[in-house]
Design a protein around this ligand. Sequence first.
Ligand code: ADE
Length: 231
Amino acid sequence: MLGIIGAMSEEVARLKAEMEDVLVCSAAGMDFYQGILRGREAVVVRSGIGKVNAALCSQILVDQYHVTRIINTGIAGSLRNEINIGDIVLSKDTLQHDMDATGFGYAVGQIPQMDKSVFEGDSSMIEAAKECCAQVVPEIGVHVGRVVSGDQFVSDKEKKAWLTAAFDGYCTEMEGAAIAQAAYLNGIPFLIIRAISDKADDSAIMSYEEFEAKAIEHSVKLVMALVEKLD
Ligand code: ADE
């Protein structure tokens, strides 16, 4: 069983609409759509925004649906000049940029008393996603790099510069690392697929409003192709 999480309803609406034999169950205020997507058994769910919602949602997918891998689809702010609005970022790895126990001597982003703080996306899912991009969205840029997550919408250039300098992030969003951490703790692979809606700087809010729909279209198109391709 494959779990697919989007934070916002716009990010999962198309996927839900494409499903067949759907059964909807609710837990923790989230509606889990279980059915067949592109010939594969899947559960599609809107987690809500932020790391807590995302982690809870992931654990429910594991406990109640026994998912064996998770895809997180959605949009993100670009942290690099060469990553443009509409481009796709696939998670080479991911961490929480707002995890800060530096007062105790931990590096920023490091989770105290845990063996791991940077979670690697599944390499075979990355490869499959790259091939799908070339097939279904050949006109757009695809980047494999670090996704930095935090409970913040990043919309100023100082913060953006810090995220790039401190973590070498490719894009920033608000759920990916939480899903990755939950996947890691449960021993299952994950991939974060994000399409860029804005540049995470002072233009972010306006740009987000303008490009959100287009970016979502790209990530959904890719997810649908990937669901079909995964073995
Ligand atoms: N999702 C899309 N753009 C974002 C940004 N700039 N910061 C956090 N999450 C985002």
